[in-house]
Design a binder for this molecule. Structure first.
Ligand SMILES: NC(=O)c1ccc[n+]([C@@H]2O[C@H](COP(=O)([O-])OP(=O)(O)OC[C@H]3O[C@@H](n4cnc5c(N)ncnc54)[C@H](OP(=O)(O)O)[C@@H]3O)[C@@H](O)[C@H]2O)c1
Length: 280
């Protein structure tokens, strides 16, 4: 069988990188992977992890999901070379943790450009070919926060809620064309995500009041408790992503652990589980 032509965003590190390598090393050579990243200066780790598969089943290409021309170029290249696209994984994304008033509008917009509109751009690019083929699999890496509002992650929450809405709305339309679309919803994963999120968050901004600082610091203690959201390594998350890609009848949503599933279930039983009472 011809390999599944696969495009993954955000493969310089973390979940994207591990997923790209897992698929490229499939024992039955089921996948031919375009592992993309916005900064090719960061490709060494992926090059090393890909090993002998580099330029055989795994190809590294540049793609910043916020840039229309780069999205067009990657699809032009794939269509010219293969004439099809079978699997799209929208993985590129990042978070922000802090009081909303400390996030500039510029940062808020760039976050949506990446986490949400980046996903929109890549789906729009894949749909003409997938609809023509009458097949395809789209997996959007959302989060537990795509369904559960967690304090001080307001804009990140909103970007993942938007991704969930987009996925849910497209799903019945795409099903008619034999295309599956799902979200995968991890809780905390031990990648560089948390570190990167703290690096761009401006908590020390003097514009917040003492009361807000106190509330934020209290919440940070609560949310850091591993008993609340037990962190996972990337490996079980990759297992779930592969399950979503390969499912004959993919589900709409895939929480990546029992812990995440339990939280999302609670969300529907007790709507104010995310309210002040539940957290502070
Ligand atoms: N780790 C978690 O706790 C967690 C939990 C729930 C959901 N998720 C989601 O899982 C996905 C992957 O996160 P991760 O844990 O693997 O984090 P990560 O290690 O920080 O990786 C994020 C990736 O996204 C890339 N990226 C950021 N902006 C981009 C852009 N404009 N264009 C292309 N790539 C871009 C980064 O590239 P650079 O190296 O160039 O920055 C990096 O490759 C994200 O969508 C995240 O929201 C993560």
């Amino acid at each position: 069988m011809a390999p599944l032509i696969t495009l993954i965003s955000g493969c310089s590190t973390g979940i994207g990188m591990e997923l790209a390598v897992r698929l490229a090393k499939d024992p039955n050579s089921k996948y031919l992977v375009y592992a993309t990243m916005r900064n090719l200066g960061k490709k060494d780790a992926l090059t090393e992890a890909a090993g002998d598969n580099l330029d055989k089943t795994l190809f590294i290409r540049q793609l910043d999901v916020t840039i229309d021309d780069q999205v067009k170029s990657i699809y032009d290249f794939i269509m010219e070379k293969h004439g099809r696209i079978d699997v799209l994984v929208n993985n590129a994304g990042y978070g922000f943790f802090g009081p909303l008033e400390t996030m500039s509008m510029e940062k808020a917009k760039i976050m949506f450009e990446t986490n949400y509109f980046g996903t929109v751009r890549l789906i729009k690019g894949a749909l003409p070919a997938m609809k023509k083929q009458k097949s395809g699999s789209i997996v959007n890496i959302s989060s537990i926060v795509g369904h559960l509002g967690i304090p001080f992650m307001d804009m990140y929450n909103a970007s993942k809620f938007a991704m969930e809405g987009l996925t849910e709305s497209l799903r019945p339309q795409l099903k008619e064309f034999g295309i599956g679309i799902s979200t995968v919803q991890p809780g905390p994963v031990t990648t560089k995500f948390g570190e990167n999120m703290m690096a761009i968050s401006d908590f020390d901004d003097n514009s917040v009041s003492e009361d807000t600082k106190k509330q934020f610091l209290e919440f940070r203690k609560v949310i850091s408790n591993p008993d609340i959201f037990s962190p996972q390594t990337a490996e079980p998350v990759i297992d779930v992503i592969v399950k979503a890609i390969e499912a004959e009848k993919p589900r709409l949503r895939y929480p990546t652990s029992q812990n995440v599933g339990d939280w999302l279930a609670k969300r529907y039983v007790k709507e104010d589980v995310t309210g002040t009472e539940g957290w502070f």
